[in-house]
Ligand binder design. Structure first.
Ligand SMILES: Cc1cc2nc3c(=O)[nH]c(=O)nc-3n(C[C@H](O)[C@H](O)[C@H](O)COP(=O)(O)O)c2cc1C
Ligand SMILES: [Fe+2]
Ligand SMILES: [Fe+2]
Length: 394
């Protein structure tokens, strides 16, 4: 059996993208990304999701390799984001009799995106599509993970779940397909980064989806990005549960902006003092050079965020403001928060960061350090005191 045949009759036909620089034109892809697509073959044949349009030719090649001259009877559309749906039109031209299966919201989007009105099959929660004596597909709605039409497709005979983007990660499938054939450690951090960037706002719907899918016996998880999960399913489900509850493990992200190095010195001093108290898992990021997706990943992972900013034209330093906007958009309900800032003639940064903490209802630890003009002994002492308060409040 080829390693692309995950179970008898279930084939991986997805593609690797090592050329796109930023996913959604935003998030860097140092390890690439895969767009996963699967064939379920019985008396009838279903394809589950497609791939980004530019890779459609490769997908169709993989399908032909698997099916030879057989037709595809159904395309199951779990998710309409174009990284999975933009090959639908071309696929329809190759398989004109193929019926397209989705829920009411999906079918409306298929018409809106691609003008397709014919050959559509609407399914509802719990509906089953029988492909033959040995394989059937059941549909479960998991709205807002991370679009409104999202659904998961379950094959009970093989205990395989196709959950769309849920449980997906950045990172191409280098040779292997399942987690037994690929290094889990490489994908775990990429799963966190994918989650923080793409799904992070939707913790509540993810929790609802986890509860809905919990009764299913799942031996194989086939997401639309990254490895097919089998032996790592317990760790993957646990990670998703913790991320969607916005659980933070002990650790401190110190993220700052700095034009001339004064605020940077404060950041370095706080980090060193914190380490002196015995605290570990301290990560310091200059927001002008750090990758935002990595910072978001770590803010999702750790329980404490310390932000530093100079005052810039009466506002926060722009890169700091952008980070806070992205954090606010993700509705993280709780974090331990502290801040520090600097100014020359009329400070605004510390006030703005304190207002941010009040809006997010995060717990503010210690007294914000506000420095005027130069980084002197009084400021060292205030940074050390803030670090002590951060350590003692644990
Ligand atoms: C473009 C620019 C705009 C600034 N705007 C303000 C301001 O509105 N109010 C203020 O008190 N200081 C302002 N400053 C001064 C900086 O906030 C101050 O020098 C700060 O300590 C710089 O921190 P850094 O060394 O980390 O870049 C501005 C500085 C620059 C370069
Ligand atoms: Fe998506
Ligand atoms: Fe996706």
């Amino acid at each position: 059996m080829k390693i692309t045949e995950i179970h008898p009759g279930i084939h991986y036909v997805g593609v690797d993208d090592r050329t796109t620089v930023r996913f959604e034109a935003l998030w860097p892809l140092p390890c690439g990304v895969s767009y996963n697509s699967y064939l379920v073959v019985d008396e009838q044949v279903a394809l589950i999701d497609t791939v980004e349009e530019r890779f459609g030719g490769q997908l169709f090649g993989h399908i032909r390799e698997t099916l030879a001259d057989r037709r595809i009877d159904y395309l199951i559309v779990n998710h309409m984001e174009p990284d999975h749906s933009s090959s639908i039109e071309a696929l329809r031209r190759l398989y004109p009799d193929m019926r397209i299966v989705g829920n009411a919201k999906t079918l409306a989007m298929i018409e809106g995106f691609y003008g397709i009105r014919e050959g559509l099959v609407e399914v509802k929660e719990g509906d089953t599509l029988r492909l033959g004596a040995h394989r059937s597909l059941r549909f479960h709605m998991i709205p807002m993970v991370h679009w409104p039409e999202t659904m998961a497709t379950y094959c009970p005979e093989t205990q395989t779940l196709f959950p769309g983007d849920a449980f997906g990660t950045f990172g191409t499938l280098d040779g292997g397909v399942t987690d037994a054939q690929l290094p889990f450690d490489r994908y775990r951090d990429e799963m966190r980064r994918y989650y923080a960037c793409i799904v992070g706002k939707y913790g509540t719907p993810v929790q609802q989806a986890l509860r809905k899918l919990a009764p299913l016996a799942i031996g194989t998880l086939c997401p639309t990005h990254g490895p097919v999960w089998q032996r790592e399913i317990p760790r993957v489900l646990d990670l998703y549960d913790r991320m969607s509850r916005y659980e933070g493990e002990p650790g401190t992200v110190i993220a700052y902006g700095s034009m001339y190095g004064n605020t940077a010195q404060m950041a370095g001093r706080i980090a060193r003092s914190l380490a002196e108290t015995g605290q570990r898992n301290i990560f310091v990021y200059d927001l002008s050079t750090a990758d935002t997706s990595t910072v978001l990943r770590d803010v999702f992972r750790y329980d404490t965020l310390v932000v530093g900013s100079p005052t810039y034209n009466g506002e926060l330093f722009p890169e700091v403001q952008q980070l806070l906007d992205k954090l606010a958009n993700r509705c993280i309900p709780h974090r331990r928060f502290a801040c520090f800032g600097s100014f020359c003639w009329a400070g605004a940064a510390v006030r703005k960061m304190t207002e941010f903490a009040a809006r997010t209802k995060w717990e503010v630890i210690g007294r914000p350090v506000e420095m005027k003009q130069g980084f002197g002994p009084a400021c060292y002492e205030a940074c050390d005191e803030l670090a002590r308060q951060l350590a003692q409040s644990r």
